[in-house]
Each structure stands twice: as C-alpha cells, then as structure tokens.
Design a protein around this ligand. Structure first.
Ligand code: KG4
Ligand code: ZN
Length: 335
C-alpha cells in the first residue's frame, strides 16, 4: 500500500496519475489541441498550456482516485528527455508539492516509463512481462529495440540513425497535407486502402539498426512526381498512400524485432510508445506470437501515447528501491 502521484509534461500532453502500488487509480490527460494549427508542437505554446493545465489535471486525478493530497506518500515526475520549457512546468510543480507535503520525490526517464508501462495493473488488466524481455520502443522521438533485464537494466540492441518511426509517419502525413499528429490519421485512413498499391523504398540497415529518412524521401518524391501529372493525386489516392506507407514502416520495424528475438532467444516481446497504438503493428505482433511462439505484450491504448500512469509505474519501482531525488534536480532535454 502507498499512494503515488505521477506528473508527465515532457511534450504536449499534461498528465497526472495516482497509483496504489502497481494498481492504477486514475490517469488524467489534457492534450493540447493548439498545435494542430501549426502542424507540429510549438514549444512556447506547449509550456504555456502546461501552466494552464497542471493544477486542474492534478486536482482531477486526485478526485478520480478518491484520495486527498494529504494521503499521498510520494511524488514522481518526468525529468527528461523532452522539451525543456514543458519539463520545467512538471518538475517545478512536483518539487513544490513534495516540499509542501513533506514527502519524497522520485525522478523518471520518459523512455524507461514507456517500457515500464507494461507493469501497470488496472481493475481488469494485469499482463506484466517477466525479465528479461525485448521491447520495441516506438514513439515520435525514439525508435529502439531494448533488452530489459530489470526495471532499470536496459540494453539498447538497435536504434534509428536518423528519424524515429512516429516522426516518419508524421512527416509522411504532412507531405499529404494531413493534420498533426499524422500517425493516428494514417492508421485510420489506411484501413480503407490497398497497402500494395505503391512501392516505397525500404531502408536497408546492417544489424538491428533502423533508418527512416530514406523512406520519407522516397515517399516525398513519389508524391511530387505524381502531383506534376495530376494535381488531385493525393485526394484520390489518400487511402492507398496511407496503407502503403504504414505497411513499409511496420514491416521495417518488425523485421528487426524478429531478428532481435532470434539473436537473443528471448520470446517475451513487447511494444511501447505512441506508435504501439498502430493497428497494423499490433496485428503483426499477434501474428508473430503465433508464428514464432512469442508471448506478445501489446499495451492497452491508454498507455501507448504519453501518459502519467507509466511515469507512476517507473516511479513506483524507484520508490521501492529507495532511489529518491533531491530538490535541486534539473530537467534534461536529451536522454
Ligand atoms: O509516445 P508519444 O505519445 O510521444 C513521444 O514520446 O514521442 O508518441 C507520439 C507519436 C507520434 O509520432 C504519433 O504520430 C504516433 O506516436 N502515433 C501513431 C499512432 N498513434 C500515435 N503512429 C501510428 N499509428 C497510430 N495509431
Ligand atoms: Zn513518449
């Protein structure tokens, strides 16, 4: 037993969650719509929106959990990586609250939190992997294959040398004139499309590394060439374009993950991060589980994109290990 409040503010979602050990009691997320107008996250606007959102989001998380702030035992917060102005809001809030309540503070790495989201328990869900397991971490900023030997024992087996998978989907969407963030839009439009209609260059990287910038350029050239002949090309083919780009990204991701499972002999395989919400990636994980005898860990949708529940889970492990953080901790933008 022990109540933990977690704060996440690394990018454009202000989130607060309350956990009772591994059991999630509440997970509030205020997403910032303002960035849609600009086709990407505007850091100054993100910091300002975090300032507006943080108090009501924390208040609602406590109410939803049915506890008062005086019952909290510990506060966890995302220290990095992320946007500096955004992180500063969550870090300062967490420190102030911990100081005011005279309770300990734990700092969390955002990427580790995505991976550890698999340990969150809800009233009707508990499917935690055992160590060691493999995790494909795919978000807007990162694409990595990790070997996870313990809550904080991570080994990077492979990663992207340029764009992240989510970034690639977002850029492909932008090329087609679709709204930000593009990943979920592509996912939705791809459902009505033919994934074999357009050939998009697949990256060829040695070992377990990824590269997505060539794929994006190949897609850009395809659209540019077709638009010269037919200005209505994108509108008429948007579903097939989305399905083709999604298939290329997901196949690239899965090829290396399958190779990593073969190389390590590890059969517990997880996905995490915003792109793990993608329906094709989730389907391919299930297919691989049947084909290769994996135990696949596919997170519930609410734990895929940025959320404080995962920060709380990582914070829980730190708290139980006595890994506290001092009040002079500063955020870090890169991790
Ligand atoms: O983990 P996340 O919320 O933020 C980072 O830590 O980066 O991931 C955001 C990324 C964005 O690039 C977004 O387009 C992508 O996750 N994403 C998706 C889907 N939902 C979110 N990509 C593909 N299919 C989706 N359904
Ligand atoms: Zn994230």
């Amino acid at each position: 037993m022990g109540y933990l409040l977690a704060i996440e503010s690394s990018c454009d979602d202000t989130s607060a969650a309350v956990l009772d050990d591994r059991l999630l009691l509440s997970n509030m997320i205020a997403s910032q719509k303002v960035h849609e107008l600009y086709g990407g996250v505007v850091p100054e606007l993100a910091s300002r929106a975090h300032m507006q959102n943080i108090v009501p989001v924390v208040h609602t998380a406590l109410m939803e959990a049915g506890i008062s702030k005086n019952q909290l035992d510990v506060v966890a917060f995302t220290r990095g990586p992320g946007l500096m102005g955004s992180l500063l809001v969550g870090v300062s809030f967490a420190k102030t609250l911990a100081l005011a309540l005279d309770i300990p503070l734990v700092e969390v790495n955002h990427l580790q939190a995505h991976v550890l989201s698999h340990f969150i328990k809800t009233k009707d869900y508990d499917h935690a992997p055992r160590f060691p397991f493999l995790c494909l971490l795919v978000s807007g900023g990162h694409t990595q294959i990790l070997r996870v030997d313990g809550p904080f024992a991570f080994q990077i087996l492979g990663g992207t040398i340029d764009d992240a998978a989510g970034e690639c989907m977002d850029k492909a969407a932008k090329i087609m004139g679709l709204p930000y963030p593009g990943g979920p839009v592509i996912d939705r439009l791809a459902k009505e499309g033919d994934e074999d209609r357009f050939k998009i260059a697949k990256p060829h990287m040695p070992g377990l590394d990824y590269s997505f910038s060539g794929l994006k350029t190949s897609f850009l050239y395809l659209i540019r060439d077709q638009l010269k002949k037919d200005p209505g090309f994108v509108e008429r083919n948007v579903n097939d374009l989305c399905a083709s780009v999604q298939k290329t990204v997901v196949e690239s991701l899965m090829e290396k993950l399958i190779a990593a499972a073969k190389q390590t002999g590890i059969r517990q395989v997880a996905i995490a991060g915003g792109v793990s919400a993608n329906s094709l990636l989730r389907k391919k994980m299930q297919e691989c589980a049947e084909r290769y005898g994996w135990e696949a860990f596919i997170p519930p949708f609410s734990f895929t994109t940025d959320n404080a529940a995962m920060v709380g889970m990582a914070g829980h492990f730190k708290w139980k290990q006595g890994l506290f953080c001092s009040l002079d901790a500063v955020p870090y933008a890169r991790g």
